[in-house]
Write a protein that binds this ligand. Structure first.
Ligand code: F0G
Length: 468
């Protein structure tokens, strides 16, 4: 075996949830019933679920204990005060607004600050951030660093292109820009981290031009771990110190706490601008809830107050990042080309490269997704022309994906390395018969986010029909 030995999990298991592998005939039946759309398969019919790392974490004994301490008072709950204190301590901001998840924070923020026709700049927007910007009439612009797709394993491929940022500000003027956002880690480019150097540079540019600078910090602790491990000068600092330094550089944060909050639900906005805070809470009372619970139960806030601290534990984080790396090695050994370096929360396989006989119009990522389910009961997700292609719902233009990828996201503290080895064995069987895999065509699709609900058909071998 060439792959590195992975240290054992830094936890032991106190509560278990049985999972079951249906037999192959049943899996074949399920995928046909689901019209080859993995979103339509019941979770009970999945053996290992790598659809997302969002809201899927296993809580610790401390979090379960905290849950019982939930104060469910409508106003001024003790649980809110505990949550608020933890958030203020990590993110260094004065005002904390709880939300039920990340996209509700985005919705409130963009409803309040984006005027139609204004730009929102981001290292790379996550889908919901992009969607919420566009929904308010804003224009979402991505400014990834030039090395983002370089076939070399550079450490901070999540960085923002600061030259393009300066140029954009010069060309369009500050009045046309609603805000600048840094997504850490950058989910849409493979969970790649952003360096402190880049964060500080972007912060300085925003200060110079008086532009609001916010973080989309769903995976902040994983990003801090990469800074500590790979950026000179941070090896002796704690994750909490690095987080403090990172967040001192910004005006505020939006967080989906379903990732690095180690919780199954939750999110928040934290910021220093009192006027903006007032506007946000006014809107929040209309759509989310009273400002001291904001769509969450007291018990959820208790769980988050513990999870946000636990996630910064070095033993936890180094196991987490090593496990993702190990998973990447397992898949490579099975013959799958992956995006390198592996990021913080998922491994991305290049299905276009793996299945060169299936053209992008026939969705090689979807073919691989179906293969993982049929071969091993494993759920992964296509991130290629099925997700990003089709017609632009606004302009009607044909859209294409830059790469035909699939994402295998690892839920936090849920699967052991034996599960990953099982996935590796499945991947090797798929690789051995990959010439047999076929393309797909869409038989039904919706105008927005078609991948969630579309129906598909396998393309017979002799048929070269192409999708639009
Ligand atoms: N920002 C980032 C970077 C995200 O990855 C997500 C969600 C959100 C915002 C939205 O948060 O789901 O709590 O409303 N990402 C999930 C994923 C869905 O699978 O990557 P939410």
């Amino acid at each position: 075996m060439t792959r590195p030995r992975q240290p054992a999990e830094p936890f032991r298991i106190k509560s278990v949830e049985p999972i079951k592998l249906l037999d192959r005939a049943a899996r074949e039946e399920k995928i046909v019933e689901a019209h080859y759309n993995i979103f339509k398969i019941d979770a009970a019919d999945i053996y290992i679920d790598l659809l997302t790392d969002s809201g899927t974490a296993a809580m610790s004994n401390r979090q379960w204990a905290a849950l019982m301490m939930g104060d469910e008072s409508y106003a001024g709950a003790r649980s809110f005060r505990r949550f608020e204190e933890v958030v203020k301590g990590i993110f260094h901001k004065q005002f904390v607004i709880p939300c039920h998840q990340g996209r509700s924070a985005e919705n409130m923020m963009f409803s309040t600050v984006v005027k139609p026709g204004q730009y929102v700049l981001n290292n790379t927007h996550f889908d919901t951030t992009r969607g919420n910007t566009q929904h308010k009439g804003g224009i979402a612009v991505d400014l990834p660093c030039p090395e983002v797709d370089a076939p070399v394993p550079l450490p901070f491929k999540g960085d923002m292109d600061t030259e393009r940022l300066e140029k954009f500000i010069k060309e369009h003027g500050t009045d046309s820009i609603a805000m600048v956002i840094m997504t850490v880690t950058s989910n849409s480019v493979g969970g790649q981290p952003v360096s402190m150097k880049n964060i500080k540079k972007v912060s300085a540019i925003c200060k110079k031009h008086n532009l609001p600078f916010f973080f989309d910090c769903a995976r902040f602790a994983e990003n801090c771990f990469f800074i500590r491990r790979d950026e000179p000068g941070y090896a002796e600092k704690s994750i909490r110190e690095i987080a403090g330094e990172m967040f001192d550089a910004c005006d505020g944060v939006m967080m989906s706490a379903k990732k690095d909050g180690l919780a199954n639900i939750g999110g928040f906005i934290a910021l220093n601008d009192e006027e903006l805070y007032q506007k946000l809470t006014n809107l929040m009372i209309l759509i989310e809830g009273f400002p001291t619970y904001g769509g969450l139960a007291g018990r959820d806030m208790e769980v988050l107050a513990v999870g946000l601290l636990e996630v910064m534990d070095l033993d936890y984080l180094s196991h987490r990042v090593d496990q993702v790396h190990y998973f990447g090695e397992v898949l490579k050994e099975a013959g799958m080309p992956i995006v390198e370096p592996t990021g913080g929360h998922a491994v991305f396989v290049d299905a276009g490269q793996f299945l060169p006989h299936i053209p992008p119009e026939q969705f090689p990522g979807q073919s691989l997704t179906v293969a993982f389910y049929v071969e091993g009961g494993i759920r992964i997700v296509e991130i290629g022309s099925l997700m990003f292609g089709g017609k632009d719902p606004v302009t009607g233009e044909k859209m294409t994906a830059p790469r035909e990828l699939v994402r295998m996201a690892l839920p936090r503290r849920v699967y052991t390395n034996s599960h990953l080895d099982y996935i590796g064995e499945t991947a090797a069987r798929i690789a051995a018969g990959k010439e047999m895999l076929r393309g797909y065509k869409i038989s039904y699709q919706s105008p927005f986010l078609r991948h969630f609900t579309c129906k598909m058909e396998a393309i017979p071998e002799e048929n070269v029909e192409v999708n639009s």
